[in-house]
Design a protein around this ligand. Structure first.
Ligand SMILES: [Zn+2]
Ligand SMILES: [Zn+2]
Length: 152
């Protein structure tokens, strides 16, 4: 196992939480995580004031294909995380908006994306190049676009 997996990244996040979760890939839980993303998540954890689970952090190329991730997904470079928790699920839209405000404050206006998945009950956040509106609802996006891509 990769030594990085035992590394504590911040007060509340450990490197292993960001490891590739693929079961059919051959990366053996490869881990890659961007410092700025960790700082953002730690600040967000401070606002939420309760534990947050990282459902998906880094994804190797094989795993990204398995989950139909976008070929240029920021998960592939350790710059994205899908988050969920009891508190977040109670108000996904509200927490997504808070995360957006935090991005503007800490990361700025060029980078960072927040996408909330109402049905699947999680929030995607990344510190990659801003792609569209800062905070988006995935289901609403898919209704607009006729051809839906997978997760980002
Ligand atoms: Zn993998
Ligand atoms: Zn994601």
């Amino acid at each position: 196992m990769d030594a990085l997996r035992r590394v504590r990244l911040s007060d509340h996040f450990w490197a292993w939480e960001f490891s590739c979760r693929g079961t059919r890939c051959s990366c053996h839980g490869a881990t890659q995580v961007d410092d700025e993303l960790v700082r953002l998540l730690e600040d967000f954890r401070g606002l939420v004031e309760s534990p947050i689970s990282v459902l998906s952090g880094f994804r190797c190329d094989g795993h990204n294909r398995t989950v139909s991730g976008h070929p240029r997904s920021f998960h592939r470079v350790g710059m994205a995380a899908d988050l969920s928790s009891f508190a977040l699920r109670r108000d996904l839209e509200g927490w997504a908006a808070k995360l957006g405000e935090l991005i503007v404050e800490r990361v700025g206006n060029e980078r960072g994306n927040v996408i909330w998945y109402e049905r699947q009950k999680f929030i995607h956040v990344d510190v990659g190049r801003r792609i569209a509106e800062l905070v988006r609802n995935k289901e609403a996006m898919l209704e607009k676009l006729t051809k839906g891509s997978g997760e980002v």
